[in-house]
Design a protein. Structure first.
Length: 189
């Protein structure tokens, strides 16, 4: 698959099979992430591959974070939320958590560190797609919780910016209508 085809056909695939993914493919996806542009070559990305029981441990952390947001953790609704949070990481056989560890150099802008890591995520999504895998980039309040950062061993300056859920697609690729670039482009001369 050429790069233009990958860009134009990649879609979010939220339902995947639980079949294992070859380790070599995971390494290929990680390798692609390290080729993202990054100002001053700081390489601020950090990758954490979660498989098997590590997904359960992440689910425990998600439930712990969710519990702190509940008014009454013993209510039936709260118990359902806790169980849903705990089972979220089991939706895919592989999760790659992507973190940013910003440089402390004075000339490095924080926004550019995040931009580099977001570019790494896009490289990874495109590579997964080119291998025939489905992927979804998940974030949300759980992603940014201190407990999740600590679970992954990021510094206090570090932060998780993505959970990439990977697997073989178990759904039809959604058709998406995109706005034309003409609607969002101004030509200046």
């Amino acid at each position: 698959m050429d790069i233009k085809q990958a860009i134009l056909t990649r879609r979010t695939i939220g339902l995947v099979k639980d079949d294992p993914i070859p380790t070599e493919w995971i390494k290929e996806i990680l390798h692609a992430g390290t080729f993202a542009p990054n100002h001053y070559r700081t390489e601020p990305w950090r990758f954490f591959v979660l498989q098997e029981k590590a997904r359960n441990r992440l689910g425990d952390v998600f439930a712990e974070v969710t519990k702190t947001t509940l008014e009454d953790p013993t209510s039936d609704d709260s118990k359902k939320k806790l169980e849903r949070s705990k089972s979220n990481p089991l939706r895919a056989p592989v999760i790659i958590a992507v973190g940013v560890e910003p440089s402390t150099k004075k000339n490095v802008l924080l926004k550019e560190e995040y931009a580099a890591v977001h570019s790494a995520v896009q490289n990874m999504l495109l590579t997964a797609h080119s291998l025939g895998l489905g992927a979804i980039w998940r974030t949300g309040a759980l992603c940014y919780a201190d407990q999740v950062r600590d679970f992954l061993g990021l510094s206090e300056r570090g932060e998780v910016v993505a959970f990439i859920y990977l697997g073989y697609p178990n759904m039809e690729t959604p058709q998406v209508i995109k706005s034309s670039y003409q609607e969002v482009t101004t030509w200046l001369q």
